[in-house]
Design a protein around this ligand. Structure first.
Ligand SMILES: Cc1cc2nc3c(=O)[nH]c(=O)nc-3n(C[C@H](O)[C@H](O)[C@H](O)COP(=O)(O)OP(=O)(O)OC[C@H]3O[C@@H](n4cnc5c(N)ncnc54)[C@H](O)[C@@H]3O)c2cc1C
Length: 430
């Protein structure tokens, strides 16, 4: 099985290649094998190695070649699902615990980057959720009241009349700002995590997909790749939800993979970026099929969204890029002449309730399903799962969540076009 080609992201184009990988065959024994070199796997490998474990990380392609190198770089506090909806479904205590785990995850990313000297443009910029219709603003007011009362004092409400202090764009009607959210360069974070893990003693093999696994009571886990095999006492599955390889079918049936697409512009002038984005926040819109965007440290606009209900491949990315470009120029007519420097897509791993899943299944540890919030959560859950594997189960805030398979879902999301049509209808109606 070979990995499908993908258009490179702006982050991949602007990050030096990882040079710390093992060159020889995959062989040996270790305390922990980590499968997958995205944020989850790299952060876990770093923490495990810092704790004294012998660690081997096996990555199917290059490190951060999947979602971790292809995202929007928004490192937002707060759950993927609305806090009010979570509290209604699970009660206030659990909703608070999960929300605060997301807030803490942003801290974790900042702490690891500072401790390891990772220069990844980490900046506490805050996140603004923009009301895309006048009737969405009362929802933001209600969310503001609930959040400030129950869980997060670090939110601000910006009325329609004051919005130009936050952003100068067409078609928005107020904002809810979460001020502790951050942004970063995901390529540089992943590279820095990989280098730090190697410094701490972990060994990393790229182009080493795990194609088969077996476990014996005497010898523990045996993981087979085309470059050889390793034995490990414990295994962490950090593959995201759509690993196409045979051993990961149980996870594929529990996660729906949705394509998301991104464009990066050429740098904007200082004057223009200051005028359009005076507070330089992360932005998301309140539509279900909405957009997310932010500036980079060198003033490029990173503009993403679902664009089309399709999976990512170079042709699909290009089509989606044209949809995003048109939307961006409509939102910001001042960007009519700005060039597009890169266009790419990736797979977001969604759980049915948009809460991550982490724990142990059939003797395999795992963490995934961050539902579009993995820049912070994958990095934090990698560190937390290292502690769980070292004997501290309380480090996993999602341990008690059940995880049934999604009915009718065998691993390929055949139902996406219908879901897409339903979401677009909801956006049109509400
Ligand atoms: C377009 C896009 C935009 C996004 N924007 C944001 C955002 O702004 N903010 C945010 O918080 N989140 C965002 N996300 C989500 C976030 O990027 C992910 O949740 C996070 O990167 C997941 O990290 P991970 O390590 O769990 O998985 P991945 O990054 O997917 O890494 C898994 C790795 O496992 C490897 N692998 C798979 N199978 C095997 C195998 N059999 N053997 C060995 N290796 C294997 C893969 O090659 C891959 O490198 C976005 C995602 C996309 C796609």
């Amino acid at each position: 099985m070979t990995m499908k080609p993908q258009s490179p992201s702006y982050w991949q184009l602007s990050t030096p290649p990882f040079a710390g990988g093992e060159r020889g065959r995959v062989e040996g024994e270790c305390d922990v094998a980590v499968i997958g070199g995205g944020f989850t796997g790299l952060s876990a490998a770093l923490e495990l190695a810092r704790g004294g474990a012998s660690v081997m990380l096996l990555e199917a392609g290059r490190i951060a070649s999947a979602a971790s190198g292809r995202n929007g770089g928004q490192c937002n506090a707060g759950t993927a699902h609305d806090f009010g909806a979570l509290a209604s479904a699970h009660g206030l205590d659990l909703a608070r615990k999960w929300y605060l785990a997301h807030v803490d995850a942003v801290e974790t990313v900042g702490r690891i980057a500072a401790r390891e000297g990772i220069d990844c443009d980490f900046a506490r910029c805050g996140r603004a959720k923009l009301a895309a219709k006048p009737e969405h603003f009362p929802n933001l007011e209600a969310a503001y009241a609930l959040l400030t009362k129950e869980v997060d004092p670090n939110v601000l409400l910006v009325g329609p009349g004051e919005l130009s202090s936050e952003i100068n764009a067409q078609g928005f009607h107020g904002a809810l700002v979460q001020t502790t959210s951050a942004q970063l360069h995901p390529g540089k974070l992943a590279l820095g995590l990989g280098e730090a893990a190697v410094r701490a003693g972990a060994r990393i093999w790229e182009n080493a997909p795990v194609e088969a696994m077996e476990r014996t009571p005497a010898q523990g886990w045996k993981l087979t790749t085309p470059r050889g095999m390793v034995r490990a006492r414990q295994v962490l599955v950090a593959t995201g939800g759509n690993s196409p390889y045979p051993p990961f079918g149980w996870f594929r049936r529990r996660i729906v993979t949705v394509g998301s697409f991104v464009i990066a512009t050429e740098p904007l002038s200082n004057n223009l970026s200051q005028h359009l984005f005076p507070t330089r926040r992360n932005y998301v819109t309140s539509r279900i099929v909405g957009n997310y965007f932010r500036l980079t440290a060198d003033n490029r606009l990173i503009f993403g969204g679902r664009a089309r209900f399709a999976l990512s491949n170079p042709a699909s990315d290009a089509k989606s890029g044209r949809v995003l470009e048109a939307r961006m120029r409509e939102m910001f007519p001042q960007l009519a002449q700005i060039g597009i420097a890169a266009c790419w897509g990736g797979a977001i791993d969604l759980t049915a309730d948009r809460l991550p899943r982490a724990g142990e299944h059939d003797g395999l540890f795992y963490a995934m399903g961050y539902s579009g919030h993995g820049v912070q959560m994958a990095t934090a859950m990698g560190e937390r799962m290292a502690r769980v594997m070292g004997g501290d189960p309380a480090a996993n805030p999602f341990a008690d969540l059940s995880w049934p398979a999604i009915p009718g879902h065998l691993g390929k999301p055949w139902f996406l076009p219908m879901v897409g049509a339903w979401y677009r209808l909801q956006d049109w109606l509400h």
